[in-house]
Write a protein that binds this ligand. Structure first.
Ligand code: FES
Ligand SMILES: [Fe+2]
Length: 401
């Protein structure tokens, strides 16, 4: 049974459109009870991105990731499908790992730092061994235990869905499918051929000191582009922003920001550093697209590349943030790719150097006794859309009680 610690009536004032919505109650950004409610109401039953399919191309390839405190294994099985399961050993709860030689030091590494290829997973504690789909295959010295059948023991599986090359998992195995609710975003991204893009290895910052929603809001709204980022964002002024409509049932929110010239870029040259994506139109090359597959996959598309962020709440006022670029394979094969990528990353860090302290300060402000439930401008129309999506989940979870 879960119940929102903040009355639904109060939360509903943040739904709707920028014309009449107000900001979410400030305690949604810091209250421990609300955080526990939200983890269940939103993250317990929604689709969470756990990686890209090209990260695990062959049978036995796996990623271990942490999502809302749950250690998970994302595995390419022998039949080529992708399986996502808990890494928690069903004996006494240690985390299983690839059945390779690990040193004692490795065992203390956070489980989300692993990837590789294996035939089985083994628990380092008492050597129970599981296959690629989590079926228990071996358990030493258990024969004398009454009624113990290996066939009865599996690593718990999550629901899995693939969309545009992204792998999504859901703790609710009966969840409503995701892809049909992303049709509008599919239309907007047709020419980007997102499924064929190839990710570089994500970089994860484990302890980002503000609530996950502050990160989502900062990524998605374009109101601040011409203000906080004035000078470095002038090639794409906020006046050129617009957002797609959001209707209840949609799983994504997205918007566009026109650039003054085609092939703009988030770096000191204001120009794209890589060749333009081959299928895109001139119109598409003169704008950026920002999208949220709620709750936590953020994507940005520009004329030469895309990037994806994953926001994983780790507490009421903290989250882990993973970031990676994705490119056409032909771009990654370019001889000067590594150096150009470094320049691109350095360019984006100029924006992060402004966004990150702003988000930290916003977290503090939202914990102030004077924290606002402020009004929204049209250039941040996506924020009440995101609120609407959240409130739908808060309400649905409360209805179940
Ligand atoms: S806890 Fe995994 S084998 Fe004992
Ligand atoms: Fe920003």
């Amino acid at each position: 049974m879960i119940e929102s610690p903040i009355p639904l009536e109060s939360l509903r004032r943040s739904s709707g459109t920028f014309v009449d919505a107000v900001g979410l109650p400030p305690s949604v950004y810091s209250d421990a009870d609300f955080h526990a409610f939200e983890m269940e109401a939103v993250f317990g039953s929604e689709w969470l991105c756990v990686g890209r399919q090209e990260q695990i191309p062959d049978a036995g390839d796996y990623l271990s990731v942490m999502r809302v405190g749950e250690p998970l294994l994302v595995v390419r099985t022998s039949n080529g499908s992708i399986h996502v399961m808990s890494a928690v050993c069903q004996h006494r709860g240690m985390c299983v790992t690839a059945n390779t030689n690990r040193t004692d030091d490795d065992m203390l590494d956070p489980p989300d730092l692993e990837s590789g290829s294996t035939r089985t997973f083994r628990c380092p504690y008492h050597f129970w061994v599981y296959d690629l789909e989590g079926q228990l295959l071996g358990a030493p010295e258990m024969a004398k235990t009454t009624g113990f059948e290996m066939a009865d023991v599996q690593l718990p599986a999550l629901a899995v869905e693939l969309w545009q090359g992204f792998i999504f998992a859901n703790f609710d195995v009966d969840a409503t499918p995701l892809a049909p609710r992303l049709a509008k975003l599919d239309d907007a991204l047709t020419n980007y051929d997102v499924e064929s893009l190839v990710t570089v290895d994500p970089l994860t910052i484990p302890d980002v000191p503000f609530n996950w929603k502050i990160m989502v809001e900062n990524f998605m709204e374009m109101y601040h582009n011409s203000r906080l980022h004035h000078g470095i964002h002038d090639f794409a002024p906020s006046s050129g922003a617009w957002y797609a409509d959001y209707e209840p049932g949609d799983a994504a929110m997205f918007g566009f920001n026109e650039t003054l010239e085609p092939d703009g870029g988030f770096n000191p040259t204001f120009k794209a550093l890589f060749p333009p994506l081959s299928g895109t139109t001139m119109e598409e090359r003169q704008r950026v697209v920002f999208a949220l597959v709620a709750p936590s996959l953020l994507m940005g598309f520009q004329s030469d590349s895309a990037f994806w962020f994953y926001v994983d709440p780790t507490g009421p006022t903290t989250h882990a943030l993973s970031m990676a670029y994705i490119f056409p394979a032909s771009t990654i094969e370019l001889p000067d790719f590594a150096e150009t990528l470094e320049a691109a990353i350095e360019g984006v860090s100029n924006f992060n150097r402004q966004d990150m302290p702003t988000n930290v300060a916003t977290q503090a402000g939202m914990q102030s006794r004077y924290a606002p439930r402020g009004r929204y401008g049209w250039q941040e129309a996506v924020l009440p859309q995101f609120n609407s999506w959240l409130v739908e989940r808060y309400e649905a979870a409360s209805d179940k009680t």
